[in-house]
Structures are given as C-alpha cells and as structure tokens.
Design a protein around this ligand. Structure first.
Ligand SMILES: [Zn+2]
Length: 180
C-alpha cells in the first residue's frame, strides 16, 4: 500500500493535468470499443491516418486549421500504440497520450500531434485496428523488477506482478471518465 501511495504522488507531480489541459498544440481524438473480456489486457491500437480534432470535435477551429481533424503520418506500425486496459472500463475511460507520435515529428504536413485522447468503451466487438496482445511467457528471459513481488511466486507470478505495476501506473494516468 505504501509503495502505491508514493508512486501515485510521483505520478501526480509528473502528470500535471492542468498544464496538459491548457497546453496549446494539435490535439486529436480517437474512440475505440473493446469486448469486456479484454479488460485488464494489453492491446495494440492502430490509430487511423486521420483523427478528429479534440478541441472542436470535427467542427473546425484554429488549432486544426478549420479542417476538423489531424493527419497522422507514417505507416501502421508507427501509428500503433500499445495500451494496457484498466481492469474495468466502466462507462468508458480516456487515456491521454502526450506527443504520441514523436518519432514522426518531421514527417508529413503540419505540426505533429501534441496530444491524443484515446477514448475506450466496452463494445460487442473490437473496433477496426484494435488487437489484443497475446501474452507470451518466456521462462528463459529473466524479469528485472525494480520492486520485488510481495510474495514468493513462480516466474508466471513474477510476470503478473510486473504487469500489475504497469497497470497501476496506467490507471493513474486515466484522465477522466468519458461522460463528457
Ligand atoms: Zn479543431
């Protein structure tokens, strides 16, 4: 418990929501649906070549040059984000990626996306471009954990502990429940 508290504080300091909210720069929005059985899993999200502008929701504003959206350059590999879903999506969650495609900064026209808001909801099927990452256990690969697992566990248990740590970090980054 104590460790989680400390980690939460550190994340709060790094992720200054007010600063993120007020930051200028192109901000895109992409909404996906995933089957409820995928909650807690890792997924790959292939972001389409064009996303709606999160500031005007496609209506056209200064931030998107009245185009209502932003172009994402690069091939599908470069546009794919790996995300760990929270244990429950509830009514939907929004993850905010800062500078999500930094590697593509010099490619394409216009400024690179400063932020991407990924809206995730439960659905009957996964949206196009969304795939579940298969968990592969490679026993010969030693896990390097900064924090030892709370209990002596098998290698599978150690892997789950590592994954859980990442999940906690991600869950803390969840910006808001997508009630809008
Ligand atoms: Zn706009």
């Amino acid at each position: 418990m104590r460790h989680e508290d400390v980690m939460g504080e550190q994340l709060a300091r790094i992720v200054d929501l007010e600063a993120l909210e007020s930051s200028a720069g192109p901000r895109g929005r992409h909404a996906i649906e995933v089957p409820s059985g995928w909650e807690g899993s890792e997924i790959d999200v292939a972001v389409p070549t064009r996303v709606a502008c999160a500031r005007c929701d496609g209506g056209g504003c200064d931030a998107c040059g009245r185009r209502g959206g932003h172009r994402i350059p690069g091939d599908i590999t470069a546009r794919t984000l790996r995300v760990r879903l929270p244990q429950t999506l509830g009514d939907g969650v929004v993850l905010r990626f800062v500078d999500p495609f930094h590697a593509l900064a010099d490619v394409g026209d216009g400024a690179p996306l400063a932020q991407l808001l990924l809206e995730m909801r439960r659905g009957s099927a996964a949206s196009a471009g969304v795939t579940r990452v298969r968990v592969t256990i490679v026993p010969s690969t030693p896990m390097r954990l900064s924090v030892p697992p709370p209990m002596p566990t098998s290698k599978l248990g150690a892997r789950i502990a590592a994954v859980a740590t990442v999940a906690i970090a991600l869950a803390t980054l969840v910006a808001l429940v997508a009630g809008r």
